[in-house]
Design a protein around this ligand. Sequence first.
Ligand SMILES: NC(=O)c1ccc[n+]([C@@H]2O[C@H](COP(=O)([O-])OP(=O)(O)OC[C@H]3O[C@@H](n4cnc5c(N)ncnc54)[C@H](O)[C@@H]3O)[C@@H](O)[C@H]2O)c1
Length: 249
Amino acid sequence: MTFEGRVALVTGARRGIGKAIATAFSREKAHVVLNDIGPEDELKAVAQELSCGAIQAVPMQADVSRYDQVEKMIQQVERMFHRLDILVNNAGIIRRGNIETVTEKEWDDVIGVNLKGAFNCCKAVVDIMKRQRYGKVVNVSSVAGKTGDITSAPGYGSSKAGMDALTKTLARQLAQYGINVNGVAPHAVETEMSAEWPPEKRKAIIEAIPLKRLGKPEDVAETVLFLASDKASFITGEIIDVNGGFVMD
Ligand SMILES: NC(=O)c1ccc[n+]([C@@H]2O[C@H](COP(=O)([O-])OP(=O)(O)OC[C@H]3O[C@@H](n4cnc5c(N)ncnc54)[C@H](O)[C@@H]3O)[C@@H](O)[C@H]2O)c1
């Protein structure tokens, strides 16, 4: 799979799944824009790690939940590369708790990053992709969007279910412009987000997965690359499970 000459923007690329996605694109010779809101030095370090000869990896700090910041970032991408072929909406946050303990702010924060963040990025790139008559959007959702989740606060699964509906809506609206919009729905991937699980919880989670292991960020990354490639050109509005068989639908 080669992405030579393509430009990919990955949000939340400083660590975890986003870093694995950016690394995989870079390996396949795409220029990668790494977005994150976290510590700038960490994002720069990842970009430096991935830059290799003519293959560029550029760090761009922006809060995806803020349209003004996203718009500025996309303008910068356009000035730099004059195109944008691939958008991966990966940035996400989670909060724990239930309907009684969750605060209004926690709900707004999670919906703001996970759902509105994806909307903001799609809105900001659509003109470029339409003009190119080429674009691939891949949204990193979660199994929680399909099944709900007992431990995360209600906003998390809700944001991911909303993201799945956004994927299908934009897939229908943008197909006529040569833009594919798809998603992946991971479950239990070993990252900083899942590192907080106590050992008993980790054991129970693995037990419930038919393939009997946690996911690796690379498992998700390779599926994202497939959806962003021309091998998947007849696929749009699809959300692929990357969950070891935990949910089969
Ligand atoms: N880890 C899992 O088990 C799992 C399972 C299903 C889905 N997911 C989804 O995969 C995605 C990545 O998860 P991860 O486990 O790598 O998480 P992570 O917390 O390790 O990484 C998320 C990254 O997003 C960045 N980010 C947060 N808010 C941002 C914002 N407003 N703007 C820009 N960047 C922001 C963070 O700084 C961080 O670098 C998330 O959308 C998550 O919901 C993860």
